[in-house]
Design a binder for this molecule. Structure first.
Ligand code: ADP
Ligand code: MG
Length: 386
């Protein structure tokens, strides 16, 4: 994989950069300081290109417009925020391909920034369509991928496009890959993985893949529910999601490294009665958080860890009644001297809410991409740069 730093002369070159600006815009139509961390993450690459006096053409997606133009998913709020952060004016094109884009780019001066409109307004993006990729590429001299978080998808702007332009990794992509590969190939012992959240299907492969390399695996959320159930323990009406328990059983569930909650916060269907319960006495109730004794055990392990990777909350933290597990674990993570890496949309929201986000050592921009990487999978966007 070649780095942007290897390009000798960037002055005046048209550099097309895939970034991740998929930020929560909200009803106010404004990206504020609590919603802009993805934009901030890519600033080093933009500033590097500014310094080198390149012509910077940024491309990104927002939301899931499914190949149609959706007014609310236009990149205006992103343009405004980026412009504020850089204190520079930024031109946005009404589309990401076509004559209008070529005209704007033809007029560009060195050191200027153009933001192309939402890539996903075109079907070709998600389909990894070569014709679409060629059109994107036609306006540039060099392509840079700085969007780790979408690199696990074979989409035109990260995969097919590399067939048409000399392609390089941006500073952020490089950094994320370096941090994650170092963490996986050489975890500082004792190393701990914390896995929670709802999408168990994407998280279990990480547990399976890293079980031998890591010392502790702490689970919560639906990931824990699924493991409990696979072990034959009653989880009542707890959420399981679309998971095949036979797949779960392929993991060494009796391995001592795997820590499962032994007390939990449960409630009945109407959330009227919330109480602490031991595992295995469920009836028609469901598990919505880890219990206080489990919190304590997890916190001790985290305190002694030299490295911690965390994805997914311990409970349904959006409701304060079920936020304690995630909060206590977060507290332990930021207090621990161990190097902490977190990733995942919801866990980042949770830590931000608790005021702990700035104290984490590394916040990965990709949730799904981070999991894919940690599970040893090949990522189309990264393979395409090789
Ligand atoms: P992340 O975005 O951090 O990777 P996920 O998207 O996998 O995490 O899951 C986050 C969601 O999981 C949250 O909305 C949270 O409410 C939910 N969740 C966590 N624990 C439970 C539980 N025990 N029962 C139901 N939902 C849960
Ligand atoms: Mg999520």
């Amino acid at each position: 994989m070649k780095s942007i730093k290897e390009v000798k002369d960037l002055k005046g070159k048209r550099v097309l950069v895939r970034v991740d600006f998929n930020v929560p815009v909200g009803d106010d139509g404004v990206v504020d300081g609590k919603e802009d961390w993805r934009i901030k993450a890519v600033l080093p690459t933009i500033k590097y290109l500014l310094e080198k006096e390149a012509k910077i053409i940024l491309m990104a997606h927002l939301g899931r417009p499914d190949g149609e133009v959706v007014e609310k998913m236009k990149l205006g709020p992103v343009q405004d925020r980026l412009s504020d952060l850089l204190d520079l004016s930024i031109t946005r094109t009404p589309d990401c391909v076509g004559d209008i884009v070529s005209e704007v780019v033809d007029e560009m001066q060195a050191g200027e920034i153009v933001l192309l409109e939402n890539l996903r307004f075109h079907q070709g993006e998600k389909r990894n369509d070569e014709e679409f990729a060629e059109k994107l590429a036609s306006i540039a001299d060099i392509y840079i991928n700085d969007a780790f978080s979408v690199s696990h998808r074979a989409h035109a702007s990260v995969s097919a496009i590399t067939k048409f332009l000399p392609s390089y990794a941006g500073l952020l992509l490089e950094k994320e890959i370096k941090i994650l590969s170092d963490a996986v190939s050489n975890p500082k012992s004792p190393a701990t993985i914390i896995m929670g959240g709802a999408k168990a299907k994407t998280k279990l492969p990480v547990i399976k893949f890293l079980m031998n390399k890591f010392d502790h695996i702490l689970v919560g959320g639906v990931v824990a529910n699924v493991i409990l159930k696979a072990k034959g323990i009653d989880v009542g009406e707890s959420m399981i999601g679309d998971i095949d328990l036979e797949d779960v059983k392929k993991i060494d569930l009796d391995n001592k490294k795997l820590c499962i909650p032994f007390d939990v916060i449960v409630c009945n269907s109407k959330i009227k009665k919330v109480e602490v319960s031991s595992i295995g006495e469920m009836g028609d109730e469901k598990i919505l958080d880890i219990g206080p004794d489990t919190e304590e055990v997890y916190s001790k392990i985290i305190a002694d860890s030299k490295m911690i990777i965390w994805n997914g909350p311990m409970g349904k933290f959006e409701n304060e009644k079920f936020a304690s597990g995630t909060r206590k674990v977060a507290e332990a993570v930021v207090k621990s001297k161990g190097y902490s890496i977190i990733g995942g949309g919801d866990i980042i929201t949770a830590l931000d809410q608790f005021g702990y986000l700035d104290e984490v050592d590394y916040v990965c921009t990709g949730g799904g991409a981070m999991l894919e990487f940690l599970a040893g999978g090949k990522m189309p966007g990264i393979e395409a740069l090789k």
